[in-house]
Design a protein. Structure first.
Length: 420
């Protein structure tokens, strides 16, 4: 079985892993195995260099009549163009912010200006709270929140229930592209169609999907999509796509001196310029990965798509190994889709509980052996409450990324078997 360079997927893992300096650490003599990607992935050296180089050379505020300020303007424009290639949109539809949560609150407040008592918003029990609480805050204006149910046996959305809750009073449907807790990929294209059919807007949280699958906002026809670059090999920042018509029409809460032109009117105060430099480098890393697996990919957009095609195939193989190993452990309950025939409907993120062991206990003992996993609710609080596991510590979450190897997955399963 291949362990490092896995030619069957097109990904040269030796090259990939050489790009990420963090992967070469040890913990108490054990190799560090990063299975914590859903909480934030590791970053390539070029991202670190881009952040450092900006601070060394061009650290200045924007719109100044001197060289370093002009360099900063050009860098931000370049990063906006990079994210436009990543998302499949135009550069003036890309908004930078501190994180997805802050950007979502900003949009929810602006949309809230147009809503009144009796207007409705549809959310789901599967989502991260960053795509729930900003919309629930509008209940103080008399907005009615409808929660779409899930199928508990496989942690998928109940599409019939969701469809029934979208009506002529619905103004917005907010849903995650993929669950950060159990890995379920939602049929967002169909959900967007259902929203538009009733004249509602669609807001998509792509934070968890972005490391694992290519995004095309034009093909989806979503009105807004938010993501966080630290979840797909970049720095700690958020990015928002908004249809140009909405970004122009909606009125942001902002300081008076800020421009009224998009996308800058949605970016308040001084942005984190050094991290924006890192965002451009993050997209360029994915593009280089894509060109390495498909030398005919000429544009940055086509190279990013090629990268995600290879990432999908590689992660699919890792998911099969992990699922097989987990299901062989006595008293382990796996939440979410476990049938490999349905793996196109899930990301390589797994939530488990093991009878007799708390998630914190498992994460702690795994961490001592060099395996980095998460315990708790990961802000998917509605889901952990709905499944009645919040009171007992939530889940143990194992998250794979394209820099993980089959050998790491096998060692992880063996370590978990030893612990339990």
């Amino acid at each position: 079985m291949p362990t490092q360079t896995e030619t069957t997927t097109g990904i040269d893992l030796d090259w990939v892993r050489s790009q990420f300096p963090a992967l070469h650490q040890t913990v108490e003599g054990h190799p560090a195995t990063f299975l914590d990607g859903p909480g934030g992935t590791q970053v390539p050296q070029r991202v670190i260099d881009a952040i450092s180089d900006y601070l060394k050379r061009d650290n200045a505020n924007t719109c100044g009549a001197y060289a370093t300020s002009r360099h900063t303007d050009a860098m931000i424009a370049g990063a906006r163009s990079a994210m436009a290639d990543f998302l499949g949109c135009d550069a003036d539809e890309v908004v930078f912010g501190p994180n997805m949560t802050s950007l979502t609150f900003a949009i929810s407040r602006a949309i809230g200006r147009e809503l009144g008592a009796g207007d409705e918003i549809v959310l789901t029990h599967l989502d991260h709270d960053a795509n729930i609480s900003p919309w629930r805050a509008l209940e103080e204006r008399g907005v009615i929140i409808r929660m779409a149910e899930i199928h508990e046996h496989d942690c998928t959305l109940d599409m019939d229930d969701l469809t029934g809750k979208i009506n002529d009073r619905t103004k917005l449907v907010a849903v995650g592209y993929a669950s950060n807790a159990v890995g379920t990929i939602n049929d967002v294209k169909e959900i967007i169609r259902l929203a538009h059919q009733r004249g509602a807007m669609a807001y998509i949280d792509a934070v968890h999907y972005a490391p694992h699958g290519a995004i095309d906002v034009r093909a989806l026809d979503c009105d807004f999509m938010a993501c966080s670059t630290y979840k797909f090999f970049g720095p700690h920042m958020g990015v928002l796509y908004g249809k140009r018509e909405h970004l122009k029409r909606l009125q942001p809460y902002k300081v008076r001196a800020n421009t009224n032109a998009i996308p800058n009117c949605w970016e308040w105060g001084t942005l984190n310029h050094e991290c924006i430099a890192g965002i451009a480098a993050c997209v360029d890393y994915l593009a280089e990965l894509g060109r390495r697996v498909n030398s005919s990919a000429s544009s940055r957009r086509s190279a990013v798509l090629a990268a995600y095609d290879a990432i999908h195939r590689h992660e699919r193989g890792l998911m099969e190994i992990l699922t097989r190993g987990l299901l062989a452990i006595p008293r382990l309950k796996l939440y979410g889709i476990s049938d490999p025939k349905r793996f196109d409907q899930r990301c390589p993120t797994f939530a488990v509980r093991i009878e007799g062991h708390s998630p914190l206990e498992l994460a702690t003992q795994l961490g001592e052996r060099g395996f980095f996993t998460w315990d708790g609710n990961y802000y998917a609080l509605n889901l952990t409450e709905h499944l009645n596991v919040e009171k007992d510590g939530g889940f143990l979450r194992i998250g794979l990324a394209h820099y993980n190897t089959a050998e790491e997955v096998e060692r992880f399963v063996a370590a978990l078997e030893t612990i339990v």
